[in-house]
Write a protein that binds this ligand. Structure first.
Ligand SMILES: Cc1cc2nc3c(=O)[nH]c(=O)nc-3n(C[C@H](O)[C@H](O)[C@H](O)COP(=O)(O)OP(=O)(O)OC[C@H]3O[C@@H](n4cnc5c(N)ncnc54)[C@H](O)[C@@H]3O)c2cc1C
Length: 622
């Protein structure tokens, strides 16, 4: 086994990891900083690869409404309110206060934010009272990643690619190192493992999208950070709150914004328009189509908005075995454009980039999409969906973002000395929901803060020896999984990692996606326990894939347990008394204005509820 040393180890090469590594090194250029990432730098993780209609970076700038000295307070209040009052108010304040600095940094690095007369253009996203979303277009995150990758290459920071942090080594609640594994499956295990001695680890390893059958995450998003931090003794929070929304199965395009505002037919495999079966009896088609239009502005499923009926409808149709499509070739039954509310018609007019005339607009959803976002039509065509030739978009309720994660304080620190978490793997800064654009912001704000704090406190920590027993045990575990590969699987009951992962994804889609019931969640948890206790074999995907699958099981257990405990609906967590019930159980305020904190007890997961920290101010007179 090789051994290396560094002052600060950053795990992950997305927006959060890059920002943290640069900040640490800028703070103290004497330090040895290593960034280890599972894939290739700039080509793995969500920041490097995600795209949507128009990706948002949320920031309160000087010109941002309401243009007051303390405009950031309005931003912080939005984060706290849309978070369902289950985020930490102090963390919302940190995010909002530091947003301008985070934006300026990226702007200076050359991220091509759209500007009008030299002023960054901002639009309004779900969960915000004012337009704060800066953007470059569909590739805002990609541009941020590119700029940060260019910047990190100017610093003396060692980048280790194709490298998975497999374990954090801790001694008396203090980080002493990490076990790093080469992800190239051809490398034999003995040569693949490296011990990294360090007193500071910044986790920036993203979310656990691969816990679900339908998700818009790239490969590798396996919730490693959740399992690593849990194993190390850190706390996790808000794990039941996962952003889920309708997206294209083939292209992973989020079908928000114009995709919904064009009001397509939403049909199943039998060409049946099914929405009206899921709305309360007596709801008129006019109300339903106004709701479809509105879905464009409230993309993720949320209890607080009745557009969740559309997510429920799509999800239930899928669980019946149907495929579900958006069809732009003809109007939904009984659709009349003029029956949209005046507010929606005005919004539509504002978004028009071409005018095909009233007759065309009335005729088909495709014409409407041409008028308000023809780029989407070309984008989809390039990826094999030709709406102009009458092709449909197959959709599903897809997982997009984990609002919860490893619980942090204002410095990005966890409960374990020397362990930080930033970006999507961190928790407490968002609540049940988040305003669109705050995830990218969060990666930059806490990335910088954690990097600086880790660098500053390096000298404060006396170096601890790596616990060799822990290293040995971990290595043995990997060896057993590898040996399982060579044994007779049928006879011994060892099951390949990919088979286990697929089972897990199906279980989570069925029980812990849009419709959650006590019975369904508990049954799913029992099934997850069975998977946990199944001897897993390394298959053709290699041992890091098998290890990821173990981490996914850990993340699934957290999600299910928290979802069982929260017997109310809030944000994307829709709890039903029974699967057949059309209405979710109501939000229980103020009783459930608490978050669920998860930690490792003596051999079992411990869940406790706590009241989050409130905002330090009130906005009066608005
Ligand atoms: C389709 C889509 C659209 C989105 N739109 C928006 C939007 O408009 N606005 C917004 O604010 N947010 C949006 N988000 C969310 C946002 O993009 C992400 O939350 C954010 O980019 C995450 O950044 P990160 O650095 O935390 O993680 P990532 O960018 O996912 O990076 C994680 C990194 O960790 C590495 N890694 C993982 N495990 C390990 C390990 N064990 N060892 C070493 N390396 C590891 C990965 O390879 C990767 O490099 C969107 C997400 C998606 C999927």
């Amino acid at each position: 086994m090789k051994s290396i040393f560094c002052d600060v180890l950053v795990v992950g090469g997305g927006g959060g990891g890059l920002r943290a590594a640069i900040a640490a090194r800028e703070e103290n250029p004497q330090l040895k900083v290593i960034l280890a990432t599972k894939g290739q730098l700039g080509k793995s993780g969500v920041t490097a690869l995600a795209c949507s209609d128009r990706m948002a970076f949320h920031a309160t700038l000087k010109h941002t409404q309401p243009q007051k000295e303390d405009s950031w307070k309005y931003h912080a209040a939005d984060i706290y309110e849309i978070g369902g009052r289950v985020s930490d108010g102090n963390l919302a304040e940190v995010l909002a206060k530091n947003a301008e600095d985070a934006f300026d940094y990226l702007d200076k690095l050359g991220v091509p934010f759209v500007k009008k007369n030299g002023i960054p253009d901002q639009f309004i996203t779900d969960g915000s009272d004012y337009p704060r979303a800066c953007y470059t277009g569909p590739k805002t995150a990609v541009h941020i990643e590119e700029a940060l990758v260019n910047e990190i290459r100017k610093h003396d920071i060692e980048i280790i690619e194709n490298c998975m942090a497999g374990k954090i080594i801790v001694n008396a609640s203090q980080v002493t190192g990490a076990i790093l594994i080469d992800t190239k499956s051809a490398v034999p295990l003995d040569q693949a493992v490296t011990i990294c001695e360090t007193g500071k680890i910044i986790l920036a390893a993203g979310g656990a999208g691969k816990a679900y059958l339908y998700n818009v995450f790239p490969r590798g998003a396996a919730g490693d950070a959740y399992a690593l931090a849990y194993d190390a003794g850190a706390e996790l929070v808000n794990m039941e709150f996962i952003q889920i929304g309708i997206a294209s199965v083939k292209t992973k395009l989020n079908c928000s914004g114009s995709a919904m505002r064009a009001v397509p037919r939403i049909i199943n495999s039998n060409n049946e328009e099914f929405l009206d079966k899921y709305f309360p009896a007596g709801t008129s088609l006019e109300e339903i189509y106004n709701c479809v239009f509105q879905k464009g502005a409230s993309w993720p499923v949320t209890y607080e908005h009745k557009t969740h009926i559309i997510d429920i409808a799509v999800y239930k149709e899928m669980l019946k075995g149907n495929k579900v499509y958006l069809d732009y070739s003809k109007n939904p039954k009984g659709f009349i454009f003029d029956n949209l509310s005046e507010a929606w018609k005005q919004r539509y007019q504002q978004e028009m980039t071409i005018n095909l005339g009233e007759k065309s607009r009335q005729e088909t959803p495709l014409n409407r999409l041409r008028e308000i976002n023809s780029a989407t039509i070309s984008w989809l065509k390039e990826r094999g969906i030709d709406l102009e030739a009458g092709e449909k978009i197959e959709i599903a309720a897809c997982i997009q973002h984990f609002q919860g994660g490893v619980k942090i304080d204002e410095k990005g620190q966890t409960k374990i000395t020397g362990l930080y978490a930033v970006g999507e793997c961190a928790g407490g800064q968002h609540g049940a929901n988040r305003p669109g654009g705050n995830a990218l912001l969060d990666s930059q704000v806490f990335g910088k803060i954690a990097g600086i704090d880790a660098a500053r406190s390096c000298s404060l920590i006396s170096k601890q020896p790596v616990n060799e027993r822990e290293v040995k045990d971990f290595f043995e575990q990997l060896k057993i999984m590898e040996q399982n590969n060579n044994t007779n699987q049928n006879k011994l009951g060892n099951i390949g990692a990919n088979y286990i992962r697929k089972k897990l994804q199906k279980i989570m889609h069925g029980a812990a996606s849009i419709v959650r019931t006590d019975e369904g969640l508990k049954k799913a948890l029992a099934e997850i326990y069975l998977l946990k206790n199944t001897p897993m074999a390394v298959d053709d995907n290699g041992y890091t894939f098998a290890l990821e699958t173990k981490y996914l099981i850990c993340a699934a257990e957290m999600i299910l347990k928290a979802a069982i405990l929260r017997d109310e609906s809030r944000g994307p967590h829709l709890r039903f008394n029974s699967y057949e019930d059309p209405e979710p159980i109501a939000r229980k305020d103020p009783d459930w204005q608490k978050y669920i904190v998860i930690s490792r007890g003596d051999g079992e997961m411990i869940l406790e509820t706590r009241v989050p920290q409130k905002l330090s101010f009130e906005i009066v007179g608005d």
